[in-house]
Design a protein around this ligand. Structure first.
Ligand code: 5CU
Length: 378
């Protein structure tokens, strides 16, 4: 493990607590967990393209192309998470439920489900004090009063440092004015939003060959980051950051493509006659660049120094936080109990972008997270 001055913190790492696994096992539409006769592990099926394959395959497990991904012990075993952390010299993990969270849960059940799941996260953290913290899950389909009271509930959980949120919000996206009370409550309670994609882009954009021939590459590599980019651009254009200036967001996958596209977004804004006529481009407007430096943090889950340098340029080295996306992307050619590329590639990207042993590297690998997320057990 590293010294106290150079802690390694993983801010992007998921867990599936027992209540959530039960919920997924009980379902017959996506998201679901299904066992196939003869297959070693159950499969976790979440993406629309995987639902398509599920329909075609029925219950036949003999196929070499089972839909989804295997649900191994990495998904729900706390011992396994700690083993992963120890193997990769990660001192602290900020664990969160993975997509699609509780977005699919019936309104009348969402509040209680969130409470149970958040309590399970809290108990996991309490088993390893100082090594685990968490981002809670919100019951977004619940009535507003239930949703707001769940924020009251999680703010009192000792190890909770924020909430993980998808891009659908209450069903209409994150620029929905009805979400403002939620954003205000989160900001007022110093709970950071970890924004994470799930829905990607409509399947048609991947073309007719994608499902059979291209695996999950297009929706995961491109759909996810574009979804995040679009969600934050919509929030920016709707003025959410102006209306809730103390709102803080950590964007998954180094902000999607925002660091790369922020200049183009700015250019499109100042050249948009409609916005100019409406007085939305006048003096005093904070640019998207300013939002990236003042209200946004980025994880470092981008797997290459090229993207990472853009992220650092856009938000600043003091706003980047290391992550692994465990348990997704397990190594396929080596032992899952050993080293994962998600760790080594992301670490190498930080080394190449900032220099081995540099102060910047120490900040991105953990120092920033300890400070920003208050990761001290007290
Ligand atoms: O492999 C995948 O589908 C995923 C996912 O669903 N969520 C995530 O965070 N990473 C990979």
């Amino acid at each position: 493990m590293s010294t106290s001055s150079s802690r390694v913190v993983d801010v992007h790492t998921h867990m599936y607590p027992p209540r959530y696994v039960e919920l997924l096992e009980s379902r017959d539409t996506i998201p679901l967990i299904r066992k196939f006769p003869g297959a070693e592990d159950p499969r976790y099926i979440i993406l629309p393209a995987e639902a398509e394959s599920l329909k075609n395959i029925g219950d036949d497990a003999s196929s070499s192309h089972l839909p989804g991904r295997p649900v191994t012990s990495h998904y729900s075993s706390l011992k396994q998470k700690i083993h992963f952390m120890d193997t990769h010299k990660i001192d602290i993990s900020v664990i969160s439920l993975a997509n699609p969270w509780l977005d699919f849960v019936a309104s009348e059940e969402a509040g209680e489900t969130a409470k149970t799941v958040n309590q399970e996260f809290s108990s996991m953290c309490a088993e390893y004090p100082g090594r685990l913290f968490f981002f809670a899950t919100l019951p977004l389909t619940a009535p507003t009063d239930v949703l707001l009271s769940s924020i009251e509930n999680v703010k009192n959980l000792k190890y909770c440092r924020g909430v993980i949120l998808g891009t659908s919000g209450l069903g209409k996206g994150l620029d929905d004015p009805n979400l403002l009370p939620v954003f205000k409550a989160l900001a007022a309670n110093n709970l950071l939003i970890f924004l994470h994609p799930h829905y990607g882009l409509p399947s048609e954009v991947w073309g007719p060959r994608a499902t059979e021939e291209y695996g999950h590459v297009l929706p995961l590599a491109l759909g996810f980051p574009l979804e995040t980019t679009i969600a934050v651009a919509r929030m920016y254009l709707a003025g959410v950051f102006e209306q809730v200036p103390s709102l803080r967001m950590l964007l998954a996958h180094s902000g999607g493509t925002l660091p790369f596209l922020a200049g183009r977004i700015e250019s499109c804004i100042v050249h948009d006659g409609h916005l100019v006529r409406e007085g939305k481009v006048g003096p005093g407007r904070r640019t998207i660049w300013e939002i990236l430096k003042e209200q946004v943090y980025l994880d470092a889950v981008i797997y290459s120094e090229v993207g990472l340098k853009a992220a650092i340029e856009a938000s600043g080295v003091d706003r980047l936080m290391f992550g692994t996306d465990h348990p997704f992307f397990p190594p396929l050619g080596s032992d899952e109990q050993g080293v994962w590329e998600s760790m080594s590639w992301n670490r190498e990207a930080v080394e190449k972008a900032l220099g081995v042993g540099s102060e910047g590297m120490e900040r991105v690998m953990g120092g920033n997270a300890v400070e920003i997320l208050r990761l001290r057990e007290d």
